[in-house]
Design a protein around this ligand. Structure first.
Ligand code: PMV
Length: 321
């Protein structure tokens, strides 16, 4: 095959990934767990271009340059080294989520790119192999290979650090986009700064592994309340850690905090809703399906609201992106 198209969906972590123990291999300091969504996918076509001088990358109809082209080309270098190829490629990508706004566009992006590039360059990878490959583009992308709830194991090394499915009860997510702009500090830079400067960084890997073990047992038990509590606590711990870097980084805005407050108020009224946020100001509310519409209606004053269900894993598609 000389061209292949893949589609992947974003995932939102319930136990967050924050920090690498190996920057080159993208091995995390702890495992994490997420829900892959059924909205805001990235669809990517990789076409081998033997005549071209260098890789090209087009995102949402615009030719990319600078850092985003560099990251895609570096990822293609990795795929080429595995495939024994030197052929450049043309990558065309359509991303339905706002890029770089903390809505996991790098997760869907690198999961789709890994899968399309592996097929185009003729690498024969199973889901575990694709998860390991996607991880090298962006850590959280390892989880977007998997449908529904996925655990990404920290692993002992490259071979054992991959994501796989976990049985879990039915959950929905209400995505509250309070600000669709690009975040000021990338998660890559922020993770490094946190690890180097926060006095709390030392406690993070152990406490995250504890939260992960509790989360997996709550998922297996189908205990939504425990899943929700761990989700909100772990998200706020991650933001506390990030804020404790020097110089500090604060992703949550007053509006994000207002959403967390509104979610706490819903709980006081007996609605089971729990908030989380990635490296950006937007907030995602975890609910059971029966509550999704009512919670979404309550969130409308804070920004654009979308309801997501558990989504599929990455898929190869016919045709172009
Ligand atoms: O995969 P990256 O490098 O974009 O890191 C994502 C980190 C968080 O979204 C903040 C947390 C997570 O587990 O997805």
């Amino acid at each position: 095959m000389t061209a292949a198209t893949a589609r992947a969906f974003p995932n939102i972590a319930l136990v967050k990934y924050w920090g690498k123990r190996d920057e080159e291999l993208i091995l995390p300091v702890a495992g994490s767990l997420s829900l892959t969504l059924d909205i805001l996918p990235t669809t990517t076509t990789v076409s081998l271009a033997p005549e071209a001088e260098a890789d090209r990358f087009e995102l949402n109809g615009r030719e990319a340059t600078g850092e985003s082209l560099r990251r895609v080309a570096a990822f293609l270098d990795l795929v080429r080294s595995l495939a024994g190829s030197q052929t450049p490629a043309f990558v065309r990508s359509r991303n339905e989520a706002p890029t770089g706004a903390g809505l996991a566009s790098s997760a869907s992006g690198f999961a789709a790119l890994a899968t399309a590039a592996a097929a185009a360059y003729g690498l024969d990878l199973d889901a575990r192999g694709l998860s390991r490959l996607a991880r090298r583009g962006s850590g959280s992308a390892s989880r977007s290979i998997v449908p529904g709830v996925a655990v990404w194991h920290a692993g002992d090394g490259d071979e054992t650090s991959f994501a796989e499915a976990v049985a879990a009860p039915e959950m929905h997510m209400v995505i509250v986009t309070v600000d669709a702009g690009e975040k000021p500090v990338s998660s890559r830079v922020a993770m490094r700064r946190t690890a180097l400067t926060s006095p709390f960084a030392e406690a993070w890997p152990r406490t995250t592994e504890e939260s992960l073990a509790e989360m997996i047992s709550a998922c297996e038990a189908g205990d939504f309340t425990r899943i929700g509590r761990i989700t909100e606590t772990h998200a706020l711990r991650m933001h506390a850690l990030i804020q404790s870097a020097d110089p500090p980084i604060r992703y949550l805005t007053p509006r994000s905090v207002a959403v967390f407050d509104a979610v706490a108020e819903l709980r006081e009224r007996g609605v089971e809703a729990y908030a989380t946020a990635d490296a950006g100001p937007n907030v995602v509310v975890l609910v059971q399906s029966a509550d999704a519409e009512a919670v979404a209606a309550r969130m409308e004053e804070f920004g654009r609201v979308q309801i997501a269900k558990p989504g599929p894993g990455v898929e190869l598609l016919e045709g172009d992106a």
